[in-house]
Design a protein around this ligand. Structure first.
Ligand code: ZN
Length: 541
Protein backbone atom coordinates (compact mmCIF):
# COMPACT_ATOMS: atom_id res chain seq x y z
CA UNK A 1 0.00 0.00 0.00
CA UNK A 2 2.72 2.43 1.07
CA UNK A 3 4.77 2.07 -2.12
CA UNK A 4 1.63 2.19 -4.28
CA UNK A 5 0.58 5.46 -2.66
CA UNK A 6 4.06 6.87 -3.18
CA UNK A 7 4.26 6.02 -6.87
CA UNK A 8 0.71 7.27 -7.52
CA UNK A 9 1.58 10.47 -5.65
CA UNK A 10 4.59 11.06 -7.91
CA UNK A 11 2.44 10.46 -10.99
CA UNK A 12 -0.11 13.00 -9.75
CA UNK A 13 2.47 15.62 -8.78
CA UNK A 14 4.08 15.46 -12.23
CA UNK A 15 0.96 16.96 -13.81
CA UNK A 16 1.10 20.74 -13.21
CA UNK A 17 -2.62 21.05 -12.57
CA UNK A 18 -2.68 24.74 -11.66
CA UNK A 19 -6.19 26.08 -11.16
CA UNK A 20 -7.67 27.38 -14.42
CA UNK A 21 -4.76 26.11 -16.53
CA UNK A 22 -5.14 23.53 -19.34
CA UNK A 23 -3.31 21.01 -17.16
CA UNK A 24 -6.11 21.18 -14.62
CA UNK A 25 -8.25 19.49 -17.27
CA UNK A 26 -5.45 17.06 -18.19
CA UNK A 27 -5.18 16.05 -14.54
CA UNK A 28 -8.77 14.76 -14.59
CA UNK A 29 -7.82 12.51 -17.51
CA UNK A 30 -4.68 11.28 -15.74
CA UNK A 31 -6.78 10.25 -12.72
CA UNK A 32 -9.41 8.69 -14.96
CA UNK A 33 -6.75 6.57 -16.69
CA UNK A 34 -5.24 5.40 -13.40
CA UNK A 35 -8.66 4.24 -12.19
CA UNK A 36 -9.65 2.84 -15.55
CA UNK A 37 -6.84 0.30 -15.26
CA UNK A 38 -8.58 -1.35 -12.30
CA UNK A 39 -10.23 -4.60 -13.43
CA UNK A 40 -13.23 -3.59 -11.29
CA UNK A 41 -13.99 -0.65 -13.57
CA UNK A 42 -13.54 -2.84 -16.65
CA UNK A 43 -16.26 -5.06 -15.24
CA UNK A 44 -18.36 -2.08 -14.11
CA UNK A 45 -17.64 0.68 -16.64
CA UNK A 46 -20.61 2.80 -15.59
CA UNK A 47 -19.17 3.06 -12.05
CA UNK A 48 -16.36 5.30 -13.29
CA UNK A 49 -17.43 8.72 -14.50
CA UNK A 50 -15.39 11.49 -16.09
CA UNK A 51 -17.98 14.09 -15.22
CA UNK A 52 -18.06 17.14 -17.48
CA UNK A 53 -19.15 20.48 -16.03
CA UNK A 54 -20.14 22.28 -19.23
CA UNK A 55 -20.62 25.82 -17.81
CA UNK A 56 -16.92 25.96 -16.98
CA UNK A 57 -15.57 23.19 -19.21
CA UNK A 58 -14.08 21.38 -16.23
CA UNK A 59 -14.03 17.69 -15.32
CA UNK A 60 -14.37 15.91 -12.02
CA UNK A 61 -13.86 12.20 -11.40
CA UNK A 62 -16.47 10.08 -9.70
CA UNK A 63 -15.71 6.41 -9.02
CA UNK A 64 -18.09 4.09 -7.23
CA UNK A 65 -16.96 0.84 -5.63
CA UNK A 66 -19.97 -1.21 -4.58
CA UNK A 67 -19.83 -3.61 -1.71
CA UNK A 68 -20.58 -7.20 -2.86
CA UNK A 69 -22.82 -7.60 0.22
CA UNK A 70 -25.56 -5.16 -0.73
CA UNK A 71 -25.71 -2.14 1.54
CA UNK A 72 -26.91 1.43 1.11
CA UNK A 73 -24.26 2.79 3.43
CA UNK A 74 -21.84 4.82 1.34
CA UNK A 75 -18.80 6.84 2.34
CA UNK A 76 -17.57 9.59 0.03
CA UNK A 77 -13.80 10.05 -0.32
CA UNK A 78 -13.31 13.68 -1.30
CA UNK A 79 -10.25 15.43 -2.70
CA UNK A 80 -9.24 18.23 -5.05
CA UNK A 81 -6.64 17.84 -7.75
CA UNK A 82 -5.89 21.45 -8.65
CA UNK A 83 -2.93 23.27 -7.12
CA UNK A 84 -2.02 26.93 -6.73
CA UNK A 85 0.44 28.64 -9.11
CA UNK A 86 4.21 28.40 -8.67
CA UNK A 87 5.42 31.98 -9.19
CA UNK A 88 7.03 32.15 -5.75
CA UNK A 89 9.46 29.35 -6.79
CA UNK A 90 11.32 31.96 -8.87
CA UNK A 91 13.98 30.27 -11.00
CA UNK A 92 13.09 26.93 -9.38
CA UNK A 93 9.68 27.11 -11.05
CA UNK A 94 10.64 24.52 -13.64
CA UNK A 95 11.28 21.96 -10.88
CA UNK A 96 8.11 22.59 -8.85
CA UNK A 97 6.40 19.50 -10.26
CA UNK A 98 9.48 17.27 -10.25
CA UNK A 99 10.26 16.49 -6.58
CA UNK A 100 13.52 14.60 -7.26
CA UNK A 101 15.08 17.45 -9.25
CA UNK A 102 13.61 20.08 -6.94
CA UNK A 103 15.17 18.41 -3.89
CA UNK A 104 18.55 18.36 -5.68
CA UNK A 105 18.24 22.08 -6.52
CA UNK A 106 17.02 23.02 -3.03
CA UNK A 107 20.29 21.69 -1.58
CA UNK A 108 22.00 24.60 -3.37
CA UNK A 109 19.59 27.23 -1.99
CA UNK A 110 19.64 29.19 1.25
CA UNK A 111 16.53 27.74 2.89
CA UNK A 112 14.84 28.72 6.17
CA UNK A 113 16.33 26.58 9.00
CA UNK A 114 13.22 24.49 9.46
CA UNK A 115 12.96 23.64 5.74
CA UNK A 116 16.71 22.94 5.60
CA UNK A 117 16.49 20.46 8.49
CA UNK A 118 13.53 18.73 6.83
CA UNK A 119 15.36 18.59 3.51
CA UNK A 120 18.44 17.05 5.14
CA UNK A 121 16.34 14.47 7.01
CA UNK A 122 15.18 12.83 3.78
CA UNK A 123 11.71 12.29 5.27
CA UNK A 124 10.05 15.08 3.34
CA UNK A 125 8.94 15.26 -0.27
CA UNK A 126 9.14 18.79 -1.66
CA UNK A 127 7.05 20.07 -4.55
CA UNK A 128 3.84 21.81 -5.49
CA UNK A 129 0.84 19.72 -4.59
CA UNK A 130 2.75 17.14 -2.53
CA UNK A 131 0.98 18.31 0.61
CA UNK A 132 -2.04 20.21 -0.77
CA UNK A 133 -3.37 17.72 -1.61
CA UNK A 134 -2.17 15.11 -4.04
CA UNK A 135 -1.02 12.77 -1.29
CA UNK A 136 -4.58 12.74 0.04
CA UNK A 137 -5.85 11.94 -3.43
CA UNK A 138 -3.19 9.23 -3.95
CA UNK A 139 -4.27 7.59 -0.67
CA UNK A 140 -7.92 7.62 -1.77
CA UNK A 141 -7.06 6.12 -5.17
CA UNK A 142 -4.97 3.37 -3.60
CA UNK A 143 -7.66 2.57 -1.03
CA UNK A 144 -10.06 2.14 -3.91
CA UNK A 145 -7.59 -0.16 -5.67
CA UNK A 146 -7.10 -2.20 -2.48
CA UNK A 147 -10.79 -2.58 -1.69
CA UNK A 148 -11.63 -3.41 -5.29
CA UNK A 149 -9.51 -6.52 -4.66
CA UNK A 150 -10.68 -7.08 -1.04
CA UNK A 151 -14.28 -5.86 -1.07
CA UNK A 152 -15.24 -8.33 1.66
CA UNK A 153 -13.38 -6.18 4.18
CA UNK A 154 -15.49 -3.12 3.46
CA UNK A 155 -18.28 -2.02 5.73
CA UNK A 156 -19.83 0.25 3.09
CA UNK A 157 -19.77 1.30 -0.55
CA UNK A 158 -17.03 3.76 -1.50
CA UNK A 159 -17.48 6.75 -3.75
CA UNK A 160 -14.40 8.68 -4.74
CA UNK A 161 -14.99 12.30 -5.78
CA UNK A 162 -11.94 14.20 -7.06
CA UNK A 163 -12.65 17.77 -8.14
CA UNK A 164 -10.89 20.71 -9.84
CA UNK A 165 -11.03 24.41 -8.95
CA UNK A 166 -11.00 23.98 -5.16
CA UNK A 167 -8.27 26.59 -4.93
CA UNK A 168 -10.38 28.85 -7.13
CA UNK A 169 -14.14 29.09 -7.02
CA UNK A 170 -15.10 25.50 -6.08
CA UNK A 171 -16.75 25.04 -9.45
CA UNK A 172 -15.70 21.39 -9.45
CA UNK A 173 -17.53 20.56 -6.23
CA UNK A 174 -20.55 22.72 -7.07
CA UNK A 175 -20.75 21.29 -10.58
CA UNK A 176 -20.62 17.71 -9.28
CA UNK A 177 -23.24 17.96 -6.54
CA UNK A 178 -26.27 17.10 -8.68
CA UNK A 179 -24.38 14.15 -10.19
CA UNK A 180 -23.84 12.81 -6.66
CA UNK A 181 -27.59 12.91 -6.04
CA UNK A 182 -28.30 11.24 -9.38
CA UNK A 183 -25.83 8.45 -8.58
CA UNK A 184 -27.38 7.95 -5.15
CA UNK A 185 -30.73 7.45 -6.88
CA UNK A 186 -29.40 5.21 -9.63
CA UNK A 187 -27.42 2.94 -7.29
CA UNK A 188 -29.59 3.21 -4.19
CA UNK A 189 -26.85 4.82 -2.09
CA UNK A 190 -27.20 6.48 1.27
CA UNK A 191 -24.32 8.93 1.84
CA UNK A 192 -23.47 8.67 5.53
CA UNK A 193 -20.08 10.35 5.75
CA UNK A 194 -17.61 12.37 3.70
CA UNK A 195 -13.91 11.86 4.37
CA UNK A 196 -11.70 14.60 3.02
CA UNK A 197 -7.91 14.25 3.18
CA UNK A 198 -6.75 17.86 3.18
CA UNK A 199 -3.48 18.24 5.12
CA UNK A 200 -3.22 19.54 8.68
CA UNK A 201 -3.54 23.28 8.77
CA UNK A 202 -2.06 25.40 11.59
CA UNK A 203 -4.59 27.44 13.62
CA UNK A 204 -1.89 30.07 14.21
CA UNK A 205 1.71 30.63 13.14
CA UNK A 206 3.88 27.97 14.70
CA UNK A 207 0.97 25.64 15.53
CA UNK A 208 2.21 22.07 15.07
CA UNK A 209 -0.71 20.25 16.67
CA UNK A 210 -2.51 17.58 14.68
CA UNK A 211 -6.26 17.92 14.33
CA UNK A 212 -9.20 15.82 13.29
CA UNK A 213 -11.60 18.26 11.70
CA UNK A 214 -15.36 17.76 11.82
CA UNK A 215 -16.42 20.75 9.76
CA UNK A 216 -15.14 23.65 7.71
CA UNK A 217 -15.02 27.39 8.21
CA UNK A 218 -17.34 29.57 6.10
CA UNK A 219 -16.66 32.82 4.30
CA UNK A 220 -18.36 35.80 2.77
CA UNK A 221 -16.81 38.53 0.66
CA UNK A 222 -18.42 41.82 1.69
CA UNK A 223 -17.69 44.81 -0.52
CA UNK A 224 -17.97 48.50 0.32
CA UNK A 225 -18.51 51.02 -2.46
CA UNK A 226 -18.01 54.63 -1.46
CA UNK A 227 -19.17 57.51 -3.63
CA UNK A 228 -17.48 60.70 -2.44
CA UNK A 229 -17.62 64.17 -3.87
CA UNK A 230 -15.16 64.99 -6.61
CA UNK A 231 -13.38 68.36 -6.48
CA UNK A 232 -10.31 70.07 -7.84
CA UNK A 233 -7.37 69.50 -5.54
CA UNK A 234 -7.00 73.28 -5.26
CA UNK A 235 -10.16 73.37 -3.19
CA UNK A 236 -10.32 70.05 -1.34
CA UNK A 237 -12.76 71.31 1.30
CA UNK A 238 -15.43 71.54 -1.38
CA UNK A 239 -15.13 67.80 -1.99
CA UNK A 240 -15.04 64.61 0.03
CA UNK A 241 -12.40 62.04 -0.83
CA UNK A 242 -13.84 58.48 -0.90
CA UNK A 243 -10.31 57.15 -0.33
CA UNK A 244 -10.30 58.89 3.03
CA UNK A 245 -13.64 57.40 4.08
CA UNK A 246 -12.66 53.90 2.95
CA UNK A 247 -9.29 54.20 4.68
CA UNK A 248 -11.06 55.02 7.94
CA UNK A 249 -13.40 52.07 7.42
CA UNK A 250 -10.41 49.80 6.70
CA UNK A 251 -8.62 51.01 9.80
CA UNK A 252 -11.62 49.87 11.82
CA UNK A 253 -12.06 46.50 10.08
CA UNK A 254 -8.56 45.20 9.31
CA UNK A 255 -7.57 42.39 11.69
CA UNK A 256 -10.13 43.66 14.21
CA UNK A 257 -10.68 40.89 16.77
CA UNK A 258 -14.12 42.30 17.54
CA UNK A 259 -15.31 40.66 14.31
CA UNK A 260 -14.02 37.17 15.16
CA UNK A 261 -16.51 34.45 15.97
CA UNK A 262 -15.90 31.65 18.44
CA UNK A 263 -17.09 28.08 18.77
CA UNK A 264 -15.72 26.34 21.84
CA UNK A 265 -11.99 26.98 21.68
CA UNK A 266 -12.08 27.70 17.94
CA UNK A 267 -11.81 31.35 16.91
CA UNK A 268 -12.08 32.60 13.33
CA UNK A 269 -9.31 34.71 11.83
CA UNK A 270 -10.30 38.41 11.76
CA UNK A 271 -11.32 40.07 8.48
CA UNK A 272 -8.72 41.36 6.03
CA UNK A 273 -9.04 43.83 3.21
CA UNK A 274 -8.16 41.97 -0.01
CA UNK A 275 -8.37 45.01 -2.24
CA UNK A 276 -8.93 48.74 -1.98
CA UNK A 277 -8.89 51.08 -4.95
CA UNK A 278 -10.54 54.18 -6.30
CA UNK A 279 -12.29 54.13 -9.65
CA UNK A 280 -10.25 56.78 -11.38
CA UNK A 281 -8.87 55.46 -14.67
CA UNK A 282 -6.05 57.89 -15.15
CA UNK A 283 -4.04 60.63 -13.49
CA UNK A 284 -5.73 63.96 -12.95
CA UNK A 285 -5.78 66.71 -10.34
CA UNK A 286 -9.27 65.74 -9.32
CA UNK A 287 -10.30 64.07 -6.08
CA UNK A 288 -11.68 60.67 -7.13
CA UNK A 289 -15.44 60.28 -7.34
CA UNK A 290 -15.68 56.75 -5.95
CA UNK A 291 -13.63 54.01 -4.31
CA UNK A 292 -14.21 50.41 -3.40
CA UNK A 293 -12.83 47.79 -1.02
CA UNK A 294 -13.61 44.17 -0.36
CA UNK A 295 -12.87 41.88 2.54
CA UNK A 296 -12.16 38.29 3.34
CA UNK A 297 -14.65 37.60 6.13
CA UNK A 298 -14.63 34.19 7.80
CA UNK A 299 -17.89 33.06 9.36
CA UNK A 300 -19.19 30.37 11.68
CA UNK A 301 -22.76 31.29 12.55
CA UNK A 302 -22.97 34.89 11.39
CA UNK A 303 -25.46 35.30 8.55
CA UNK A 304 -25.12 37.78 5.67
CA UNK A 305 -27.62 40.07 7.43
CA UNK A 306 -25.53 40.09 10.62
CA UNK A 307 -22.43 40.99 8.59
CA UNK A 308 -24.33 43.80 6.83
CA UNK A 309 -25.45 45.16 10.21
CA UNK A 310 -21.88 45.09 11.50
CA UNK A 311 -20.58 46.82 8.36
CA UNK A 312 -23.28 49.47 8.59
CA UNK A 313 -22.26 50.30 12.14
CA UNK A 314 -18.55 50.48 11.22
CA UNK A 315 -19.30 52.66 8.19
CA UNK A 316 -21.42 55.09 10.21
CA UNK A 317 -18.77 55.40 12.91
CA UNK A 318 -16.07 55.92 10.29
CA UNK A 319 -18.07 58.65 8.57
CA UNK A 320 -18.70 60.45 11.87
CA UNK A 321 -15.00 60.34 12.63
CA UNK A 322 -14.01 61.58 9.14
CA UNK A 323 -16.50 64.48 9.27
CA UNK A 324 -15.41 65.39 12.78
CA UNK A 325 -11.77 65.54 11.66
CA UNK A 326 -12.81 67.52 8.56
CA UNK A 327 -14.52 70.14 10.76
CA UNK A 328 -11.36 70.46 12.85
CA UNK A 329 -9.18 70.93 9.76
CA UNK A 330 -11.54 73.56 8.34
CA UNK A 331 -11.35 75.48 11.62
CA UNK A 332 -7.56 75.23 11.58
CA UNK A 333 -7.45 76.39 7.95
CA UNK A 334 -9.71 79.34 8.70
CA UNK A 335 -7.42 80.37 11.53
CA UNK A 336 -4.62 80.67 8.94
CA UNK A 337 -6.58 82.37 6.17
CA UNK A 338 -9.29 84.92 5.81
CA UNK A 339 -10.93 83.16 2.83
CA UNK A 340 -14.73 83.06 3.05
CA UNK A 341 -14.90 79.24 2.67
CA UNK A 342 -18.28 77.75 1.86
CA UNK A 343 -18.23 74.31 3.47
CA UNK A 344 -20.98 71.95 2.33
CA UNK A 345 -22.84 70.35 5.26
CA UNK A 346 -21.90 66.76 4.39
CA UNK A 347 -24.34 63.99 5.15
CA UNK A 348 -23.09 60.57 4.10
CA UNK A 349 -25.67 57.83 4.07
CA UNK A 350 -25.04 54.07 4.31
CA UNK A 351 -27.30 51.87 2.21
CA UNK A 352 -27.37 48.29 1.04
CA UNK A 353 -27.07 47.49 -2.65
CA UNK A 354 -30.68 46.32 -2.58
CA UNK A 355 -31.87 49.74 -1.35
CA UNK A 356 -29.85 51.61 -3.95
CA UNK A 357 -30.93 49.31 -6.77
CA UNK A 358 -34.62 49.62 -5.83
CA UNK A 359 -34.38 53.43 -5.64
CA UNK A 360 -32.67 53.54 -9.04
CA UNK A 361 -35.37 51.25 -10.47
CA UNK A 362 -38.17 53.45 -9.06
CA UNK A 363 -36.56 56.44 -10.73
CA UNK A 364 -35.55 54.98 -14.09
CA UNK A 365 -37.64 51.86 -14.44
CA UNK A 366 -36.43 49.34 -16.97
CA UNK A 367 -33.73 51.61 -18.33
CA UNK A 368 -31.33 50.46 -15.62
CA UNK A 369 -32.17 46.78 -16.18
CA UNK A 370 -31.70 47.15 -19.94
CA UNK A 371 -28.44 49.00 -19.43
CA UNK A 372 -27.05 46.29 -17.16
CA UNK A 373 -28.31 43.50 -19.42
CA UNK A 374 -26.51 45.07 -22.32
CA UNK A 375 -23.34 46.06 -20.48
CA UNK A 376 -22.56 42.95 -18.45
CA UNK A 377 -21.91 40.67 -21.47
CA UNK A 378 -19.86 43.45 -23.03
CA UNK A 379 -17.70 43.79 -19.93
CA UNK A 380 -17.16 40.03 -19.81
CA UNK A 381 -16.35 40.03 -23.54
CA UNK A 382 -13.87 42.86 -22.97
CA UNK A 383 -12.01 40.70 -20.44
CA UNK A 384 -13.57 41.68 -17.11
CA UNK A 385 -13.79 38.05 -16.00
CA UNK A 386 -12.94 38.39 -12.33
CA UNK A 387 -16.19 38.26 -10.39
CA UNK A 388 -15.08 40.96 -7.97
CA UNK A 389 -14.24 43.38 -10.81
CA UNK A 390 -17.53 42.61 -12.51
CA UNK A 391 -19.36 43.33 -9.25
CA UNK A 392 -17.57 46.69 -9.02
CA UNK A 393 -18.68 47.55 -12.57
CA UNK A 394 -22.30 46.72 -11.72
CA UNK A 395 -22.47 48.66 -8.47
CA UNK A 396 -20.77 51.65 -10.10
CA UNK A 397 -23.28 51.60 -12.97
CA UNK A 398 -26.20 51.22 -10.56
CA UNK A 399 -25.01 54.19 -8.55
CA UNK A 400 -24.90 56.23 -11.77
CA UNK A 401 -28.70 55.75 -11.96
CA UNK A 402 -29.23 56.66 -8.30
CA UNK A 403 -31.06 59.98 -8.17
CA UNK A 404 -29.43 61.55 -5.08
CA UNK A 405 -25.87 62.60 -5.72
CA UNK A 406 -24.69 63.09 -2.16
CA UNK A 407 -21.77 61.01 -0.91
CA UNK A 408 -22.99 57.50 -0.25
CA UNK A 409 -21.73 54.19 1.02
CA UNK A 410 -23.15 51.03 -0.53
CA UNK A 411 -22.78 47.65 1.18
CA UNK A 412 -22.89 44.49 -0.92
CA UNK A 413 -21.38 41.04 -1.46
CA UNK A 414 -19.20 39.59 -4.20
CA UNK A 415 -18.64 35.85 -4.85
CA UNK A 416 -17.63 33.41 -3.53
CA UNK A 417 -19.70 32.29 -0.59
CA UNK A 418 -18.59 29.34 1.52
CA UNK A 419 -21.22 28.17 4.00
CA UNK A 420 -19.73 27.19 7.33
CA UNK A 421 -20.05 23.48 7.89
CA UNK A 422 -20.36 22.22 11.44
CA UNK A 423 -21.45 19.10 13.20
CA UNK A 424 -23.59 19.45 16.33
CA UNK A 425 -24.46 15.77 16.51
CA UNK A 426 -28.10 16.49 15.76
CA UNK A 427 -28.77 13.56 13.41
CA UNK A 428 -27.79 9.90 13.73
CA UNK A 429 -25.15 10.34 11.03
CA UNK A 430 -23.73 13.44 12.71
CA UNK A 431 -23.58 11.72 16.09
CA UNK A 432 -21.93 8.69 14.48
CA UNK A 433 -19.29 10.93 12.87
CA UNK A 434 -18.48 12.55 16.22
CA UNK A 435 -18.24 9.14 17.93
CA UNK A 436 -15.94 8.01 15.13
CA UNK A 437 -13.65 10.96 15.76
CA UNK A 438 -13.24 9.90 19.41
CA UNK A 439 -12.49 6.37 18.28
CA UNK A 440 -9.89 7.56 15.75
CA UNK A 441 -8.16 9.76 18.29
CA UNK A 442 -7.82 6.76 20.63
CA UNK A 443 -6.61 4.59 17.74
CA UNK A 444 -3.94 7.07 16.62
CA UNK A 445 -2.68 7.31 20.20
CA UNK A 446 -2.51 3.57 20.88
CA UNK A 447 -1.35 2.43 17.44
CA UNK A 448 0.98 5.27 16.37
CA UNK A 449 1.67 7.22 19.56
CA UNK A 450 0.19 10.20 17.74
CA UNK A 451 -1.86 12.79 19.62
CA UNK A 452 -4.77 14.18 17.65
CA UNK A 453 -7.20 16.86 18.79
CA UNK A 454 -10.76 17.27 17.58
CA UNK A 455 -11.34 20.58 15.82
CA UNK A 456 -14.80 21.75 14.79
CA UNK A 457 -13.61 23.56 11.67
CA UNK A 458 -11.01 23.07 8.99
CA UNK A 459 -9.58 26.61 9.09
CA UNK A 460 -8.41 26.82 5.47
CA UNK A 461 -11.41 27.05 3.19
CA UNK A 462 -12.45 23.75 1.65
CA UNK A 463 -15.10 22.08 -0.43
CA UNK A 464 -16.35 20.48 2.79
CA UNK A 465 -18.41 23.66 3.14
CA UNK A 466 -20.77 22.51 0.43
CA UNK A 467 -21.60 19.31 2.27
CA UNK A 468 -22.79 21.12 5.35
CA UNK A 469 -25.47 23.42 4.00
CA UNK A 470 -28.31 23.41 6.52
CA UNK A 471 -30.22 26.68 6.25
CA UNK A 472 -29.10 27.51 2.72
CA UNK A 473 -32.44 28.85 1.51
CA UNK A 474 -32.68 31.48 4.21
CA UNK A 475 -29.02 32.48 3.87
CA UNK A 476 -29.30 32.81 0.10
CA UNK A 477 -32.53 34.75 0.54
CA UNK A 478 -30.57 37.16 2.73
CA UNK A 479 -27.58 37.80 0.53
CA UNK A 480 -28.98 37.34 -2.96
CA UNK A 481 -30.48 40.88 -3.25
CA UNK A 482 -27.12 42.27 -2.21
CA UNK A 483 -24.96 40.15 -4.50
CA UNK A 484 -25.38 41.74 -7.94
CA UNK A 485 -23.74 38.80 -9.73
CA UNK A 486 -26.15 36.24 -8.30
CA UNK A 487 -27.82 34.47 -11.19
CA UNK A 488 -25.54 36.18 -13.72
CA UNK A 489 -22.20 34.45 -13.43
CA UNK A 490 -22.50 33.09 -9.90
CA UNK A 491 -25.02 30.98 -8.12
CA UNK A 492 -25.15 27.98 -5.79
CA UNK A 493 -27.22 24.85 -6.41
CA UNK A 494 -28.70 25.38 -2.99
CA UNK A 495 -31.53 22.80 -3.21
CA UNK A 496 -29.04 20.14 -4.22
CA UNK A 497 -26.59 21.12 -1.51
CA UNK A 498 -29.29 21.00 1.15
CA UNK A 499 -30.17 17.48 0.07
CA UNK A 500 -26.47 16.54 0.22
CA UNK A 501 -26.28 17.32 3.89
CA UNK A 502 -23.68 14.70 4.85
CA UNK A 503 -21.37 14.98 7.89
CA UNK A 504 -17.73 15.54 7.04
CA UNK A 505 -14.51 14.55 8.72
CA UNK A 506 -11.02 15.37 7.54
CA UNK A 507 -8.29 12.77 8.05
CA UNK A 508 -5.17 14.75 7.27
CA UNK A 509 -1.82 14.09 5.76
CA UNK A 510 1.13 15.88 7.36
CA UNK A 511 2.96 18.64 5.54
CA UNK A 512 4.32 22.15 5.87
CA UNK A 513 4.21 25.46 4.03
CA UNK A 514 1.22 25.00 1.69
CA UNK A 515 1.20 27.52 -1.16
CA UNK A 516 4.89 28.32 -0.56
CA UNK A 517 7.97 27.21 -2.50
CA UNK A 518 8.93 25.10 0.51
CA UNK A 519 5.66 23.11 0.35
CA UNK A 520 6.51 19.62 1.54
CA UNK A 521 4.99 16.39 2.70
CA UNK A 522 6.09 14.25 5.59
CA UNK A 523 6.31 10.80 4.06
CA UNK A 524 6.49 8.52 7.15
CA UNK A 525 3.28 9.99 8.65
CA UNK A 526 1.33 10.54 5.45
CA UNK A 527 2.04 7.15 3.88
CA UNK A 528 1.40 5.19 7.07
CA UNK A 529 -0.80 6.84 9.68
CA UNK A 530 -3.26 8.60 7.35
CA UNK A 531 -4.17 5.51 5.29
CA UNK A 532 -4.36 3.31 8.42
CA UNK A 533 -6.86 5.72 9.98
CA UNK A 534 -8.92 5.71 6.81
CA UNK A 535 -8.96 1.90 6.77
CA UNK A 536 -10.08 1.90 10.39
CA UNK A 537 -13.17 3.86 9.30
CA UNK A 538 -13.92 1.89 6.15
CA UNK A 539 -13.54 -1.70 7.37
CA UNK A 540 -15.87 -3.94 9.27
CA UNK A 541 -15.17 -4.11 12.98
ZN1 ZN B 1 -6.29 21.91 -0.36
Amino acid sequence: MKSNIYSTLLKLVQCPSITESPDEKNMAHVIYHILNEFPYFHDNPNHLVLHHIPEHDLYSIIALLKNPSPTKKTIILLSHFDVVAVDEYGYLKDYAFDPASLIKELHKVNLPDDARADLDSGDWLFGRGTMDMKCGLAIEIELLRYYAIHPEKLDCNLLLLAVPDEEGNSRGMLGSSSKLLALADAHDLDYRLVINTEPFFPLYTGDTKKYLYTGSIGKLLPMIYCAGKEAHVGEPYSGLNPNLILSEINRRIEANAQFCESWGSFVTPPPSCLKQKDLKDSYSVQIPRAAVAYYNWMILRDTPQIILDKLKKVAEEAIASVLDERAKQVTAYLSKSSYPLQIPPWKVEVKTYEEVYQRALETHGDVLIQYLNQKIPQWIEAGVKDERELTIKIVDATYAYYPEKNPLIILLFAPPYYPSCFNEGLTNDEAAALALVDELIAYAQSEFDTTLEPCAFFPGLSDNSYFGVKNGQSIVHEFKPNMPLWGISYDLPIDTLEKLNVPVINISTLGKDPHKYTERLNLPYSLTVTPAMMMKVLEKR
